[in-house]
Design a protein around this ligand. Structure first.
Ligand code: SF4
Length: 402
């Protein structure tokens, strides 16, 4: 029996096996057992303020909605279903996932979609990371990128920033303070009137090609199959600085031939991407929330470009032989809407991308549905993932070295 998991106002978690919860998959409905797994290690429970769980018998007004944040390596399948009190505050930018109780055990609506040792929750001995960062920054002789990565490592717990100091895996190379999109759920810059804080502070300066190259070379000297990635959560759009990126790539390849040079981007400027490819870029990960122009524009609010430009960048990278991943910002109800699957199938049928990374979109679900519209025919996220696999694309959550 699928039972209700809920919270009291203090955030304590309770189970009520006599009450069957509903979930939100774009349409509010009952949950299928096959959509549930026991809560994996690293799952973070959250109480949703002034929101009350919807159940098969109605709404539990005296109870608070419980949601969870999934650890990396999992794709969210359903949202919590709730009624919100008038005047309730907007929810901060997290990936709210449905949770319930089965046999007194917390279960979540999720699917394991990737394995990655380097992405498991990290713990450090007291002062261990701080000491590593301090030693490197003080030796870095004023490298502005290193100073930024120190903040990202210690304040935002960014894995790719920490990897620079841990000298392993994928290393971050943030480069651009500006962006040519205004994503509703931007994680580095939120408009004050939204009342929602951005989890990270957008970098304030244009990083120098020399500083970027020095960090990349240091990393590739120590991590033979390492990845160095331009385009991080703390910055705007890296393609706006393609000249600096091309210069940095030339400097990196002048002294290191190993590893992979990757770019995470919104893919908005094909000609700028061309410049990076000609300089030696080897892999690209393009972010999008939808394969439908209306849904894309409503969320990204692009300035001076459109989804067709993003598609043109993806095609160019595929034709140039790069390793191409799509960073698909997934949201139950939108990613699996029948219209969306048709648009996705059509696009994937016209290019050969290597991988789709199913990235849980971190946003207040009602805010997102208000922005892009509720779906007409959601088919279920498991259906969407099988559609991706059926098109011959690898589905995962991380940029792998192989
Ligand atoms: S593309 Fe990235 S930096 Fe630009 S608005 Fe969107 S989330 Fe923010």
């Amino acid at each position: 029996m699928i039972g209700l998991a809920y919270c009291d106002k203090a955030g304590r978690i309770f189970y009520d096996k006599k009450v069957e919860p509903l979930a939100d998959g774009g349409l509010v409905r009952e949950v299928a057992r096959a959509e549930l797994v026991p809560a994996p290690p690293g799952t973070v429970p959250m109480v949703l303020p002034a929101r009350h769980p919807r159940v098969t018998k109605g709404v539990e007004r005296r109870r608070q909605t419980l949601a969870v944040m999934l650890p990396s390596g999992y794709t969210r399948l359903l949202l919590p279903a709730y009624n919100r009190d008038a005047g309730a505050p907007a929810l901060p930018l997290f990936g709210y996932t449905f949770a319930c109780a089965i046999d007194e055990t917390l279960h979540v609506a999720a699917m394991r979609t990737d394995e990655g040792e380097d992405w498991q929750p990290r713990t450090f001995a007291r002062g261990e990371l701080e000491a590593l960062v301090e030693r490197r920054v003080s030796a870095g002789t004023g490298n502005r990128v290193l100073q930024q990565l120190a903040t990202c490592s210690l304040e935002y717990s960014c894995f790719t920033a920490q990897n620079v100091f841990l000298e392993r895996g994928e290393a971050a190379l943030p480069v651009s303070p500006a962006c040519n999109a205004r994503c509703v759920g931007c994680i580095s810059e939120q408009e004050p009137e939204t009342g929602v804080p951005s989890p990270q502070l957008r970098i304030a300066e244009e990083m120098a090609a020399r500083d970027l190259a020095r960090i990349a070379v240091h990393h590739l000297e120590r991590v033979p199959n390492g990845i160095v990635s331009f385009g991080q959560g703390c910055e705007g759009e890296p393609l706006l600085r393609s000249i600096a990126i091309a210069r940095a790539i030339t400097m990196i390849r002048a002294s290191r031939s190993n590893g992979v040079i990757n770019l995470n981007t919104n893919g908005s400027l094909p000609s700028a991407l061309r410049r990076c490819i000609d300089a030696g870029l080897q892999a690209v990960r393009v972010s999008l929330n939808s394969f439908r122009p209306r849904v894309y524009a409503a969320y990204y609010r692009p300035i001076g470009y459109a989804l067709d430009d993003v598609f043109a960048s993806i095609r160019m990278a595929c034709d140039a032989g790069l390793r191409v991943s799509l960073n698909l910002l997934t949201h139950p109800g939108i990613t699996d809407d029948r219209e969306e699957l048709e648009a996705m199938r059509e696009f994937l049928g016209s290019v050969s991308v290597d991988m789709i990374q199913t990235r849980t979109l971190n946003i207040d679900p009602e805010w997102y549905f208000d922005t892009v519209g509720r779906p007409t025919e959601p088919t279920g996220m498991r259906e969407a993932i099988s559609e991706m696999r059926a098109s011959g694309v690898r589905v995962g959550n991380f940029t792998h070295t192989h």
